[in-house]
Design a protein around this ligand. Sequence first.
Ligand code: HEC
Ligand code: HEC
Length: 291
Amino acid sequence: MKELKILAIIAALVGITYYGIEPYAHHIMHPEVKPADFAFSDMKNVDTSLAGNVDNGKVLVEANCIACHSIEKAGHLQIMPNADAAAAYGVVPPDLSSAGRIYDKNYLANFIFDPVSAMHLSHKYPVGGAKAFPMPSYNWMSAQEIMDVVAYLESVSPKVSGKDAHKATYDAACGRCHSMSYAKSEATTPKDAIKAYMGATPPDLSQYIKSRQEHYLHGFINDPQLLLAGTSMPRVGLTEKAQEEVIAYMEETGDSKKAERESLGLWVMLYTFVFAILAYLWKRKIWSEVH
Ligand code: HEC
Ligand code: HEC
């Protein structure tokens, strides 16, 4: 009878822990948020159905963008060292070689039209506020001209795949702010400058695939404000594919043994199963002598 009572108490405690605490912890670690929106459907300033003209886009980009941005794949090299660019703009403007490949077209067009609202940074750069975002709005361009710029950026983006694409996407989308020491990659913007610009030091991303995990990153990169309201990290506007490339890069760097670990797991389970059978047979043998 006593044993049954003890069993009932243990069962009750386990039940409370499982049904009371586990879902609560799960809810804290994986908060319910709107699913990632890769159509960037809140952005509607530019009519993205217009077909862009690459030649006109080239003229517009050369007149408007390469004073700040390099586009190495199109032969436009960086015009000043990183430290000087950071001093001038607060953050080193990213190289735009991959822009046409990694950013969603609707996001990119609307970003050019109005960078602050596309990045969801209106809380940091309110209209008429003291601080101005370093990249101007090209809201004076017609929708056609913006789509020409987008078409040109798409035309110069090199076709890459596999691990090269993972790294290239990370470098272009995250590398101006974040370091990843496990990949020996240093943010292009010097440490002090990026802290002053963002108001917080962007963390080293080497271990975030483990500490935050894929599920969180999938939502966070698509729209940081949904998971970290008020954060200064911008929405970067990656396509779903490009975002998967970034997460793959974080996994290759921070959790390179994942596949090996998961395949080993099956063998470990098989081992414990076989071991349990042997232990049971052994127990029967020993006790058969005692009785
Ligand atoms: C006065 C300098 C300046 C000019 C001119 C400029 N940019 Fe930028 N751009 C920046 C800076 C600085 C950033 C990074 C801002 C940040 O991360 O907070 C940026 C970021 C970007 C990004 C990254 C967006 C993202 O979601 O991460 C793209 C794409 C871009 N610019 C395209 C363009 C295009 C296209 C033009 C020309 C039509 C242009 N820029 C003109 C300074 C400039
Ligand atoms: C313009 C600079 C900038 C860019 C570009 C940027 N980040 Fe961030 N990121 C930040 C800052 C600043 C923080 C710290 C935010 C805070 O603490 O509020 C941050 C935080 C993070 C975090 C931590 C979130 C958490 O829950 O603590 C992750 C993960 C992250 N960034 C991933 C990325 C990835 C992946 C990219 C590229 C796709 C990227 N970031 C691009 C500035 C940036």
